[in-house]
Design a binder for this molecule. Structure first.
Ligand code: ARG
Length: 562
């Protein structure tokens, strides 16, 4: 049941349908203070339309609304302040969650349509950076949220496994590389080679030419180039898999940039046939003047393809293969122009599906206010951060709960949860200053705090020998009502997180719910054998259901004990 929705329908009815329901829904507010009701409806906008004062309109609406779910309506300076019938609403909300379980909060907005989500997409032979972590956790949350909203997510890891940097790497490896060392520590060694290449290339200008030459050979399918490239790729993927396993993330496709090598000629030909290709300083470009954008480079002077060419081929391939309703790209802010260009080329080609292409950008992870750069070797290795978080979680468990049964498993869930949540609680567009200290914090506004709240609630249920079933609900305490209204909001938060592509709404939501629950826990003797015990336990149970589901949508586990 959606109380806000119901209320908006009642208001529309009273207004004789003269204002449409989505608009009314939009106008309904949540008052800051509880003495102003659970919902408020301002009548100022209606005043013009009805040529009456807001106060009078409010009074007229107030007398006409009648519902067992509303206990009273007060009219105050042009506002309706609506108070819900706490007993009824509490009973409805709790029983709804008990019967729907983890399906509570779901929607059918997506109608079973496919959403492809291009996320994570790290670059081969380079460390998995903190920036890729952002894409990975935001993308994963968006996939889970879209599934909850009735879409079918298709998770694509568009590996950066092609491009001129592989020419550089091959040259560096042939000059200074050591097979054994690469095998022992692939990413570190390949990164060192890459960094060395850049240092040396500043002194020796020939190196860049050689790199271009090797990249060309790679593109033409030269045996030695291919063999080295394949090997770098395999070793890198092994390393990336460790991270995905730790994070508990799976992909439906690992088609990276190289996959599109044999699909680009087709695009280039189509662009030619459509008369969209122009020559500019020897290169082939699509002009995007009409969109106020710089031209999109399709082919370089030496005939090699570009990042954008591969993305055009990928967009077309995805459309033809998966028939998506939406195709989402979770990639940092700094690539906004790139995606604008690629999407505009698709539009210029006359493909209607261009309007389903969506870039979801996010801010950078900064170190001392500056961008971290791989090239200079200034990166923080994600794998190390994750292991450190898990170690810390283990230490915490050893002091707080040494008897805990699945110690290793829980430590993993908590440590990894801390890192994921730390990212997702920030609005994605904001830059984040990298701080290991903050990432490894388990108190305050953190994932472990929410997980801990869930475990505490679960333990109450065990102690109270609770078993879920529909019941009469009697809850008198103000603290309980706060929880009920929070629980009531969950479906709306899920929907907004989907519409705004914003997992931080959910992160903030589970934090709020945890805080309210902990207040309740501090104020009320939940397990005492007094009337209402069953109701209190039902409330606790519904909190565990919603916290667990909220955490799941963010990509976190919810241990029962910790
Ligand atoms: N590999 C790229 C990078 O690390 C991200 C790829 C994003 N996806 C895409 N279809 N371009 O910057």
């Amino acid at each position: 049941m959606n109380y806000k929705q119901d209320l908006s329908k009642m208001i529309v009815e009273v207004l004789d349908g003269q204002v449409d329901q989505p608009k009314v829904l939009n106008m309904i507010e949540k008052p800051k203070f509880s003495h102003m009701g659970d919902f408020a409806f301002p009548c100022f906008e209606l005043a013009k339309m009805y040529r009456k004062s807001p106060q009078i309109i409010a009074q007229e609406i107030a007398v006409k609304i009648e519902s067992p779910l509303i206990s009273k309506i007060e009219v105050m300076s042009g506002y309706l302040n609506i108070f819900l019938n706490k007993r009824m609403v509490a009973m409805n909300v709790i029983n709804e969650i008990i019967s729907k379980q983890h399906h509570y909060g779901g929607h059918q907005i997506g109608n079973g349509e496919v959403v492809t989500i291009d996320f994570s997409s790290p670059n081969i032979a380079k460390p998995f950076s903190m920036g890729h972590l952002r894409s990975t956790v935001i993308g994963n949350a968006l996939a889970l949220i879209s599934e909850k909203c009735g879409y079918r997510p298709f998770r694509i890891n568009h590996l950066g496994d092609f491009g001129t940097q592989f020419g550089k790497l091959i040259v560096a490896y042939k000059l200074w590389g050591d097979e054994q060392k690469v095998k022992e520590n692939p990413i570190k060694e390949l990164l060192a080679l890459y960094v060395k290449f850049h240092d040396e290339a500043e002194k020796n200008l020939q190196l860049d030419d050689q790199a271009r030459e090797w990249f060309k050979r790679l593109e033409e399918g030269d045996g030695e180039a291919l063999r080295l490239w394949n090997w770098f790729k395999e070793e890198s993927l092994k390393e990336f898999s460790k991270i995905y396993d730790l994070l508990g993330i799976k992909f439906d496709s690992y088609h990276g940039e190289a996959f599109y090598n044999d699909k680009m000629e087709n695009i280039v030909q189509t662009l030619k046939d459509m008369n969209l290709l122009e020559e500019s300083e020897g290169a082939q470009v699509v002009s995007l003047q009409q969109y106020d954008l710089p031209p999109c480079l399709i082919k370089k002077r030496d005939g090699t393809s570009l990042y954008a060419t591969r993305d055009l081929a990928a967009a077309t391939y995805r459309h033809d293969t998966y028939h998506f309703a939406k195709s989402i790209y979770v990639v940092g802010n700094e690539q906004t122009l790139h995606f604008k260009q690629v999407f505009s080329v698709v539009e210029k080609m006359g493909y209607q599906w261009h309007d389903g292409l969506i870039h979801i950008p996010f801010g950078m992870i900064l170190k001392d206010g500056k961008k971290m750069s791989t090239r200079k070797g200034k990166v923080v290795l994600l794998e190390e951060v994750l292991y450190e978080a898990i170690e810390l979680a283990k230490k915490n468990i050893s002091t707080k709960n040494p008897e805990l049964f699945h110690k290793e498993k829980v430590a993993r869930e908590v440590g990894v949860g801390a890192v994921i949540f730390h990212d997702l609680k920030h609005y994605r567009m904001n830059d984040i200053e990298f701080s290991l200290h903050d990432m490894l914090k388990f108190e305050g506004e953190t994932g472990p705090y929410v997980q801990y709240t869930h475990a505490r609630a679960s333990s109450l249920l065990r102690k109270g020998k609770y078993s879920a079933g529909n019941t009469e609900i009697m809850l008198e305490e103000d603290e309980a009502w706060k929880i009920i209204t929070n629980l009531m909001d969950f479906p709306e938060i899920v929907e907004r997180a989907m519409k705004e592509y914003d997992p931080s709404l959910l992160a903030k939501y589970v934090l709020d719910l945890s805080k309210e629950f902990n207040k309740y826990y501090g104020a009320v003797r939940i397990l005492e054998d007094t009337p209402g015990k069953e109701s209190r336990l039902s409330l606790v149970y519904t909190v565990t259901v919603v916290l667990k589901e909220g955490l799941r949508l963010l990509g976190l586990q919810a241990p029962e004990e910790m």
